[in-house]
Design a protein around this ligand. Structure first.
Ligand SMILES: Nc1ncnc2c1ncn2[C@@H]1O[C@H](COP(=O)(O)OP(=O)(O)OP(=O)(O)O)[C@@H](O)[C@H]1O
Length: 370
């Protein structure tokens, strides 16, 4: 990102709560104005800690955070003018919806008239105009979260922090709110730092995703890059579903590796790693990128992007079907097929050929998975 576009910048951020262990190890990230960046990672990987540092509820151990090129390290939380939405709505229970929305504007000493017109605009935006006089206890979970969202945005902050804001909602409501948040983001163009451990939510909503593991960003990229071109085995495994097949590198030429797997099979894979001959590696292949060929229709000679496997079970998931196969070493490989027209009917123990395009097999150094 060109420097002049940077709105929020993290420079070599480290955070320790006990002066012994770093929970954020070396966090560097530049966020453009209006960008929606998600911090995604397993529980305890340091995502919320990063948000707390931006909000000013925790201090950095070392490094700096800049907004528009100016350090915010010495600013108190209320001076940072940042909107925040958390999983537990944190609405004031003794205030109506309108009063909850008015609160951040009163604190900022907006004139009375402007407060009322801003409340009306936001009530309309979240489609809760008819609920203005209700108290939080008289609202559903989704409605409460919409009020919390409006309250975080109503004073027009340029940066909004969201920590698992949809974590308490059921799947359908979650999807509705994902749509709602992205719609408001497009309309109002604020910058978002969003925390979730739900990878589908991250893929759907974000301009870019930073994948965290143990306080380190493993990769930060646009959703389709993370999904199609993960940098390492952790990202490949964490984002979406993946088959991970262990192998030994025979040789590598530029970004193509020739890898030995099972007893005597060879497959080719793309790699950005530098694999040495005889180095252990893992090949990832997404289950939806594999097609199943019955042996009668299969290509007879060995091609380096296919494997013979034995069918053992399938799971019906509605929109698609998961087929499970066993490889010759007993390991499992899964294929996801869209449930269109006539789904393939396989006999138990039937042998098939699984085929994929060479672009869809990625080889990684095995150490990065452990
Ligand atoms: N206030 C605190 N005092 C001491 N340790 C803390 C504090 N807050 C977080 N931690 C520790 O820091 C590490 C990172 O926690 P953090 O909440 O940032 O992770 P996370 O990725 O947001 O996890 P989750 O998805 O479960 O919310 C964890 O080991 C956690 O126990």
């Amino acid at each position: 990102m060109a420097n002049e576009n940077v709105f929020l910048q993290f420079n070599a951020i480290k955070k320790s709560y006990d002066h012994k262990q770093l929970v954020v190890k070396d966090f560097n990230l530049s966020v453009a104005a209006g960008e929606f960046v998600t911090l995604l990672g397993p529980s305890g990987s340091g995502k919320t800690s990063v948000l707390m540092l931006v909000a000013g509820f925790e201090g950095v151990t070392s490094g700096d955070i800049l907004i528009n090129g100016v350090s915010i390290k010495c600013l108190a939380p209320h001076q940072r003018n940042i909107g925040m939405v958390f999983q537990n709505y944190a609405l004031f229970p003794h205030m109506t919806v309108s009063q909850n929305l008015a609160y951040p504007l009163k604190v900022r000493k907006w004139p009375k008239k402007r407060i009322q017109s801003q409340i009306n605009t936001f009530l309309e935006m979240i489609e809760l105009t008819a609920f203005a006089k209700r108290y939080p206890s008289q609202l559903s979970g989704g409605q409460k979260q919409r009020v919390a969202l409006a309250r975080a945005l109503i004073f027009e902050p340029s940066l909004v922090l969201m920590d698992e804001p949809l974590g308490a909602l059921d799947k359908k409501l979650r999807e509705q709110m994902q749509f709602e948040i992205t719609r408001l983001h497009k309309q109002l163009q604020f910058t978002v730092l969003y925390v979730t451990h739900d990878q589908e939510e991250a893929l759907t909503m974000s301009d870019r995703i930073a994948v965290f593991s143990e306080g380190i960003v493993q990769q930060c990229a646009k959703p389709y890059i993370l999904y199609e071109h993960p940098d390492n085995a952790f990202v490949a495994d964490f984002i979406g579903e993946n088959n991970m097949i262990k192998g030994i590198c025979h040789h590598q030429h530029e970004q193509h590796a020739d890898i030995g797997i099972l007893q005597n099979e060879r497959i080719h894979a793309q790699t950005t790693a530098r694999l040495k001959p005889n180095q252990a590696c893992v090949i990832s292949i997404r289950p939806e990128k594999i097609s199943i060929k019955r042996l009668i229709e299969a290509t007879p000679e060995s091609i380096h992007h296919s494997l013979t496997a034995t069918f053992y079970i399938k799971h019906y998931v509605g929109g698609y079907i998961r087929y499970y196969f066993q490889l010759s070493d007993g390991s499992t490989i899964m294929v996801k097929s869209l449930n269109v027209h006539h789904p393939l009917q396989l006999e138990p123990q039937e042998k098939v050929q699984l085929i994929w395009s060479i672009d869809h097999a990625h080889a990684f150094i095995i150490d990065s998975t452990t």
